[in-house]
Design a protein around this ligand. Structure first.
Ligand SMILES: [Zn+2]
Length: 500
């Protein structure tokens, strides 16, 4: 049984509307309306090319919103909040302190990029307004937001400061608890903590980035290290395009960890080529209390897990001069899809040598240069001022790529379906699960699996409906013989947006 969509909202009802990331992966936005409060959970950008502009007109009155609760700093969750202030929102944003730092850095950087490429959605003053109105809340502290809504943040283990949000609303016999997971981490790289366990909720809103696929990361880190080691030993260099936020930090943390174990020669230069990535790494240092306890112990012992011999911060033209050293090296460069910044320029310099390795560690959007290379294209156009795209042939600019191209799944920061179902299986009962943040069919498939394997009613809302959660609905107990991961397929090999 599932809830039915309601045509209109009664004044005292408590309702949920899934305004974004409904049967899709971008533009997360959920509106919770109670008798006394209007609260948005996330307000992000659509990450599909050309779609960002479509999501600028809200289907609600921004001035009537009391609070925005922010699960984490990725643009597909936070990217439209400055715009909301421009459109009349006057309330506060609530999230962790680390999310405030990361959102401030990335929203300002995104602003520069947007203004270079097209219409400017908001100005730096709107980002400043957002930061001035941001209220930091630590994990585990309950906070009464309004007369009828209280919240608590729990660690989601996805990126630094990411939070699941517990929401209590209503009163007496009509009290309801909703858990919004936001994006959940998968704990494959021990830099962040595992997502916290929660065991009580009337309603659960869960992400489905990986749909029903199971991603086995066993041995993947060792494979990544071995490939790099063998490339360096053969005199080749390694190019690792990595998103500035979280991916760069996980890659540097991993290289440092294995270098300290003696698996990479300490004389190997590792060039970290991303000014935003450097600032975000500093934020990871500053907010070290959000990191995995073992990483915190490293800091306490006076060791910096993001620092190791050979690591050099480089930028701009100086980063390209490093190629003139003619020494086997590792380049970790921003632009996770090789589309902008120095990434295409590194590729142009390194692409012709078959001893070199291009290590793809993140999602490659359809139409990106990274996707074309992963798909096997070996002649691509790279211009001196690279225009984002898939390197389709242009006279005079073609480069033959002879370097090896390999993809490594180990750095994904999304839980796969098995982890999500296992996390859900800790709830002895619930009334309803909503599945969002996944590609079309995948959300329904995961909902079906939640019903079959756990016995909880689950649906994938389509974005047009409004769901009443104050109605007297029954609790559904978890199946006594629940097997969370039964029937899950292996990785389907398709790429999903795991950078966000
Ligand atoms: Zn995310």
């Amino acid at each position: 049984m599932t809830l039915s969509a309601l045509p209109a909202r009664a004044a005292e009802d408590v309702t949920l509307r899934f305004l974004g990331a409904a049967r899709s992966v971008g533009g997360s936005a959920i509106l919770l309306e109670t008798g006394k409060s209007k609260i948005l959970i996330d307000y992000g950008l659509s990450m599909e090319r050309g779609k960002a502009g479509e999501s600028t007109t809200p289907s609600f009155d921004p001035a009537a919103i009391d609070f925005v609760l922010l699960t984490h700093a990725h643009a597909d969750h936070a990217g439209r909040i400055p715009l909301l202030y421009r459109q009349g929102f006057r309330g506060r944003v609530v999230g962790t302190a680390a999310t405030k730092t990361l959102a401030g850095l990335t929203l300002k950087a995104g602003l520069t990029y947007e203004s270079g490429g097209g219409a400017l959605m908001y100005g730096p003053e709107d980002v400043e307004t957002m930061l001035r109105n941001y209220e930091s809340l630590p994990y585990g502290c309950r906070r009464q937001l309004t007369g009828d809504v209280a919240i608590r943040l729990r660690d989601a283990g996805h990126i630094l400061g990411s939070a699941m949000i517990e929401v209590w609303t209503g009163s007496g016999g009509k009290m309801r608890k909703i858990v919004f997971t936001g994006d959940m981490g998968n704990g494959s790289i021990p830099l962040l903590r595992e997502p916290e366990m929660i065991t009580e909720a009337d309603f659960i809103v869960i992400e489905a980035t990986y749909g029903t696929s199971r991603r086995d990361t066993e041995g993947q880190e060792e494979l990544f290290v071995r490939e790099i080691r063998e490339t360096l030993a053969a005199g080749g260099s390694v190019l690792i395009p990595a998103f500035s936020m979280d991916r760069t930090q996980k890659v540097l943390f991993t290289i440092g960890r294995w270098q300290r174990r003696g698996l990479f020669p300490a004389v190997t230069p590792v060039y970290a080529d991303s000014s935003l990535g450097g600032k975000i790494t500093d934020a990871y240092r500053r907010h070290r209390n959000y990191l995995h306890p073992e990483v915190q112990r490293e800091f306490d012992a006076g060791r910096d897990p993001f620092q190791f011999p050979g690591l050099q911060k480089v930028n701009g033209a100086a980063a390209l001069l490093a190629h003139e050293q003619r020494q086997a090296a590792i380049f970790v460069t921003s632009s996770g899809m090789l589309d902008h910044g120095n990434a295409p320029r590194h590729l142009k310099r390194m692409g012709g040598d078959p001893r070199n390795l291009l290590a793809i560690v993140g999602w490659q959007a359809p139409g990106s240069l990274g996707e074309a290379l992963l798909a096997g294209r070996r002649r691509v156009a790279i211009s001196p001022f690279h225009i984002p795209g898939n390197g389709a042939p242009q006279s005079g600019l073609e480069t033959e790529i002879r370097m090896r191209v390999k993809r490594f799944d180990i750095f994904s920061n999304h839980a796969d379906a098995c982890r999500i179902l296992t996390w859900l299986s800790r709830f002895p009962k619930t009334k309803q699960v909503f599945v969002v943040h996944g590609e079309g069919e995948n959300t329904w498939r995961l909902a079906g699996m939640i019903e079959r394997n756990l016995g909880f009613p689950a649906i994938a809302p389509d974005g047009k409906e409004r769901f009443s959660i104050a109605a007297p609905l029954p609790d559904y107990e978890r199946l006594p013989d629940a097997e969370p991961c039964r029937g899950l397929t292996g990785s389907n090999g398709r790429d999903v947006p795991d950078g966000d």
